[in-house]
Design a protein around this ligand. Sequence first.
Ligand SMILES: NC(=O)c1ccc[n+]([C@@H]2O[C@H](COP(=O)([O-])OP(=O)(O)OC[C@H]3O[C@@H](n4cnc5c(N)ncnc54)[C@H](OP(=O)(O)O)[C@@H]3O)[C@@H](O)[C@H]2O)c1
Length: 219
Amino acid sequence: MARRTIAVLGGTGRQGRGLALRLANAGYRTVIGSRDPDRAAATVREWGANYDRITTTSHGDAIATSEIIILALPFDSVASTLAQHAARFAPASCIVDVTVPVVFVSGNAALTDVPEGSATEHVRAHAPSHVGVAAAFKTIPAHALDDVAHPLDCDEFVCGDSPQSRATAIELIDAIAGLRAIDVGPLSRARSIEHLTLLAIGINRRHKIRDARFRIVGM
Ligand SMILES: NC(=O)c1ccc[n+]([C@@H]2O[C@H](COP(=O)([O-])OP(=O)(O)OC[C@H]3O[C@@H](n4cnc5c(N)ncnc54)[C@H](OP(=O)(O)O)[C@@H]3O)[C@@H](O)[C@H]2O)c1
């Protein structure tokens, strides 16, 4: 069966690049949405591999042509991006939110307060009501995602606003080698996942490593 089309908004960035590469490798038609599609196309060419499944376009066109839209943007640009392109989302499309509202204060990482409770609930509040929303890929460091020659060998947490949204995020996770999805339930769990990202950053710094990530035992 043909895989669905995925937009990765912010796919030229640190987290988006590894996701775009791994999902293209898994057989998805992958569209990178960028503020500057020509610059994004040049960036993808520099990646150097045979990634002819990856194309580049504007945020609006990427959203309009995709069934799954991954948000791999800086958190503080999400609300304005969703507002600008709200009319472009296809019926039954689904957002997979990767954002984590991390700030660095005096060199220390912290989560910013988000009025809705978490970054993904913020996305839910700003996305069109007919679009599903799930959270995933928040606790895998960009450094590990980017190392596409190696399986990730870890778990990734999923929460979502419906079973269908969670199933969409789980489908993407299961398509990536060495990654297992852990369904943690409703969107209200997103803040806990975002705290785990913060914990992974802290573990990396304390132990001078770059790719700390998580595995759940007992399942
Ligand atoms: N890095 C990690 O290890 C990691 C881990 C887990 C979660 N995350 C989350 O993933 C998201 C992306 O992180 P990242 O490290 O990949 O970020 P990034 O490299 O700084 O930015 C990603 C992309 O977003 C676009 N962008 C940058 N500034 C923007 C702005 N002001 N408005 C709109 N678009 C902008 C750029 O693409 P164009 O120039 O092509 O538009 C850029 O390539 C963040 O929310 C982060 O919390 C990151």
